[in-house]
Ligand binder design. Structure first.
Ligand code: PLP
Length: 465
């Protein structure tokens, strides 16, 4: 099989290619061939693995919020990839930093014997100034799932090695997402993530999300701590602004009260900022909006603007001291965690964010986006105008599916794909969400909203509404 593939596989374009594409990795296979290779050999995540499913686009390039697939079609990316391409596609400055770092040092993260490299050291110092107060110790990984895994292990290790072997239970929330590892899946509050993979980890439970606009919702955490027994609970882990729950900003009293409850029962507060951190929420970290400091902070996605895989878990000095107290080794780490190119790209990302006022732009752009959705609701009444909302560049509006029917939501998302606009769906299609590049310009927001309008129009026409 391998031999026959080698014989028929297309060559990759040569770096010295006279036509100047300048890339060693631009495939020269015909689009139809690529689509067929993908259908035959690529197993896509979060889908049914039936090979006969209709193929999705195969992207080959991007600039700003626009992507081009191998058939030459242009797509509008309203989701910044997986909410990670926070500074847009096609930035030479970030690509050049990755390339020059790789030329200097292809690999340098030997996670034992305290070996490090210049960019890991430098990034940790920078993060110590950027992250919420108290967080100044950093552990490197490659992605959000391993960051969540690391955070869970840290919380348990800190107790187990300090004579509290039963204080290992972790409380999360329903309608949440925290990654695909068994730890991340056990942490995730979504039954779809628990199905068909055998036993989950034990020692996890989930409370409800705060109801929109309500006060006092944090009491659900205290009730759960008392149910499990404070002597058994190591940590509470949650996204400061939940994505799967529909991008609602929690009530103002929520996070300060959560912090107070964690302190009362000696429980670590873990803020999962894999998605909402690094400017996405219109502040450097979402939890900064409430002046609350977690004990453990997970970061990934936008930390490299999507140009290289990286995750970082930050902890306070107090947590590090607890980890070190017993003298036991923390036996954890992944080969490519804190890769030199990733750390260098993260440093460049923070430079760009400062220079281009990216956090401020995310806040202003998000407001403009939500206003345009509210305006669209005047003519497209399936959009619930009062629900058009933004927290930074986390933008959403609800669909009135109780009135229009669940089928409308399904067909609308099919229409988005047909019209080549990438939009997120939450709460069984009851919310449509947008997590575009933080640097998106207003004219690109208009272009996305226009395609949303066309998609709604086409869905209505197909359903005779
Ligand atoms: N935590 C949160 C809040 C996320 O949104 C995600 C991914 O979307 C993860 C963890 C897992 O990150 P990754 O997909 O990089 O493993």
């Amino acid at each position: 099989m391998l031999q026959s593939m080698q014989a028929t596989s297309p060559r990759l374009a040569d770096a010295d290619n006279a036509d100047g594409v300048g890339a060693v990795n631009v495939p020269v296979a015909a689009p139809t061939q690529l689509i067929e290779y993908d259908r035959q050999h690529v197993m896509h995540g979060f889908t049914c693995l039936d090979r006969d499913l209709a193929p999705g686009p195969i992207f080959q390039s991007g600039k700003g919020i626009r992507l081009v697939d191998v058939e030459g079609n242009e797509w509008l990316d309203g989701c910044a990839g997986q909410a990670n391409v926070s500074l847009g596609y096609g930035r030479d400055d970030l690509a050049d930093v990755a390339a020059s770092t790789l030329k200097s040092l292809a690999f340098g993260t030997h996670f034992y014997h305290n070996r490090s490299h210049v960019w890991a050291s430098q990034l940790a110092e920078r993060l110590a100034h950027i992250t919420p107060s108290g967080i100044d110790q950093f552990f490197y990984g490659v992605g959000g799932s391993d960051a969540v895994e690391t955070a869970i292990k840290i919380a348990r290790f800190a107790n187990i090695t300090n004579g509290r072997p039963d204080k290992i239970h972790i409380i999360g929330r329903l309608n949440s997402y925290h990654g695909v590892s068994y730890g991340g899946a056990s942490m995730t509050g979504d039954p779809a993530m628990w199905a068909n993979i055998g036993p989950l980890l034990s020692g996890f439970s989930h409370i409800s999300q705060p109801a929109n606009g309500s006060t006092g919702s944090a009491s659900a955490l205290e009730e759960e701590i008392l149910r499990v027994g404070p002597e058994n609970v190591a940590a509470f882990l949650a996204e400061p602004i939940s994505t799967p729950n529909g991008l609602y900003c929690p009530p103002d009293d929520y996070w300060p009260q959560i912090r107070a409850i964690c302190d009362r029962y000696d429980i670590l507060l873990i803020a999962d900022e894999v998605l909402c951190g690094i400017g996405r929420a219109g502040s450097m970290f979402a939890i900064d909006r409430w002046n609350v400091s977690p004990d453990i902070l997970t970061m990934s996605k936008a930390i490299t603007a999507g140009y290289f895989p990286l995750s970082v878990v930050g902890v306070t000095g107090r947590v590090r001291d607890a980890l070190a107290a017993s003298g036991e080794r923390f036996v954890h780490g992944v080969t490519n965690g804190g890769h030199p190119a990733a750390c260098a790209v993260a440093l460049a990302t923070f430079d760009i964010m400062e220079r281009e006022d990216v956090v401020g732009r995310a806040d202003r752009g998000g407001r403009y986006f939500a206003q345009q959705l509210a305006n669209l609701a005047d003519t497209q009444q399936v959009l619930d105008k009062d629900t058009a909302r933004s927290t930074g560049m986390m933008v959403a509006v609800n669909l009135k599916l109780d009135e229009y029917g669940d089928d409308f939501g399904v067909r609308l998302h099919e229409e988005f794909v047909r019209r080549r606009v990438l939009v997120r769906s939450y709460r069984n299609n009851r919310t449509i969400g947008f997590l575009p590049a933080l640097t998106i310009e207003n004219h690109d927001i208009d272009a996305i909203v226009e395609r949303v309008a066309e998609s709604i129009e086409a869905t209505r026409a197909s359903m005779g509404i």
